[in-house]
Design a protein around this ligand. Structure first.
Ligand code: ARG
Length: 467
């Protein structure tokens, strides 16, 4: 059998053109979705009396056979048949004969491929939300175990104010929560059926688009046939959400790399998640977070790539749009690869509590609190800031920390100091003084963890409703 569209042609396609225009090398990943869509389409053709019911049954059985063969790896896809749609159709006709040619009635590859992409991404978005949810569970688990662990909090990567390590971890829970919510929201725009738009204008056959939508569990059908076949917003949106997820993962990665350095020594990643050096026997490298940090680039690239493909494209379908796939597949694989590792890597990381404590004892991150103490005694904040700046400078010159100063030394800087300052300056006091909603005080973080658990169960419910 020649090309499915060979009728109009007098010459064979140049084999380089076949290779250049084919997408089968990558869109075979859509085989399941393609057949799922075809099954719904042909069922509708039967219901609407467009194809006789017995032909419908033959085609459905044939599609099932083709699907089973694909799953068993028994089908050799052919570049001459260009893409997954024509490869499936060719194999169907080989399986059941010319009646297989009735499947494509009232349909175009343009609305077919769009449908496949919607089906594909709908599944992936749910999977990814589930994986982010697993990562949140790991983070919340570590937060629970570190409700009494104080670390220096940083701004400009300079020690700023002491915070609970749990509070730091819960910041990432909030970030990944926004990511989950973005995916959930995008689901509404993914779960729309393009099929029935035909090539661009609709079809002359009395099809029932809503029946197809129902079978495939789409919430809605596209309103406009041109939009249906040329919309790739849902993929751009996905790539943009994916970029934000990678950006978040890369920030966490950077912290894991820093924290596991000898200089910080705050955490140790489990051996199972690290690699060694071929020359330096002592090395244990945080390759996973490094690679996640690095792979962020390709996900951003995929977003920019598709935005650029779509820029200025006239309606409706253009072959350019075939370029929507590889970046999307690559992004899904990159995200899933990263998230699959991150959840257990965070769950198993060892937290070096005593080293964190040492770091907190050896810094000036309680300086804001001593300024606030003077404000409490009636000094305007700006003057208190100046007094403490001088006190800190004195400490640095003397090689001391604030808690090392004697009352006489304190008094040199302000007569407002009294013995209660030593309690004010303790890291626990400093942390617990930030007892404001969303702050680092132990009670607040314990509440934040409880709210995090509520979010976990809300996501679980959504996941159960969107399998
Ligand atoms: N392989 C094509 C793609 O991915 C399928 C749609 C082809 N449509 C067409 N009119 N050539 O975009």
């Amino acid at each position: 059998m020649g090309k499915l569209w060979g009728g109009r042609f007098t010459k064979q396609t140049n084999h380089l053109v076949d290779e250049y225009t084919a997408s089968i090398g990558f869109d075979q990943a859509l085989a399941e979705e393609d057949i799922q869509g075809s099954l719904a389409h042909v069922t509708m053709l039967g219901k609407c009396g467009i194809v006789p019911q017995e032909d419908v049954e033959t085609i459905k059985a044939g599609l099932q056979t083709v699907l089973d063969k694909i799953r068993r790896g028994e089908i050799e896809f052919s570049v001459a048949d260009e893409d997954i749609h024509m490869n499936v159709e060719k194999n169907l006709i080989a399986e059941i004969g010319p009646v297989g040619g009735k499947l494509h009635t009232g349909r175009s590859r343009n609305d077919q491929v769009a449908t496949d992409m919607h089906l594909y991404l709908r599944k992936r978005v749910v999977e990814l939300a589930g994986m982010l949810h697993e990562l949140q569970k790991s983070l919340i688990g570590q937060a629970r175990d570190n409700l009494d662990t104080i670390i220096p909090g940083y701004t400009h990567l300079q020690r700023a104010q002491p915070i609970l390590f749990a509070h730091h971890l819960m910041a990432y829970v909030s970030m990944f929560q926004r990511d989950i919510e973005r995916l959930m929201d995008s689901y509404k725009r993914i779960n729309v059926l393009p099929l029935g738009a035909g090539a661009l204008a609709g079809t002359t056959f009395p099809i029932d688009r809503h029946f197809v939508a129902e079978q495939l569990q789409f919430d809605r059908v596209y309103e406009n046939s041109l939009d249906a076949v040329s919309d790739r917003d849902f993929i751009v949106e996905f790539l943009s959400h994916a970029s934000i997820i990678m950006m978040h993962l890369s920030r966490l990665s950077e912290e894991l790399v820093l924290w596991s350095s000898t200089e910080f020594n705050f955490i140790e990643l489990d051996d199972a998640f690290c690699t060694g050096s071929s020359i330096m026997p002592q090395k244990k490298n945080p390759d996973v977070p490094e690679l996640v940090r690095g792979k962020t680039g390709r996900v951003y690239g995929n977003l920019m790539g598709l935005l650029t493909v779509l820029k200025s494209l006239p309606l409706a379908y253009n072959k350019d749009m075939q370029e929507d796939k590889e970046g999307m597949f690559d992004t899904v694989a990159t995200l899933e690869g990263a998230l699959q590792l991150f959840a257990p890597m965070i769950a198993t990381m060892k937290v070096n509590k005593s080293r964190m404590r040492e770091a907190v004892n050896q810094d000036f991150s309680n300086a804001t609190d001593i300024a606030d103490f003077l404000v409490g005694k009636g000094l305007p904040f700006r003057q208190a800031h100046e007094v403490i700046g001088k006190t800190v400078l004195y400490c640095i010159q003397q090689g001391k920390y604030l808690l090392d100063l004697t009352m006489e030394e304190f008094q040199q800087f302000s007569p407002l100091f009294d013995d209660t300052i030593y309690e004010v300056l303790r890291p626990e006091t400093v942390v617990n003084a930030r007892n404001v909603y969303g702050g680092t005080a132990t009670d607040q973080v314990a509440e934040a963890i409880k709210r995090g658990e509520v979010l976990l169960s809300m996501t679980e419910q959504w996941l159960a409703e969107h399998v």
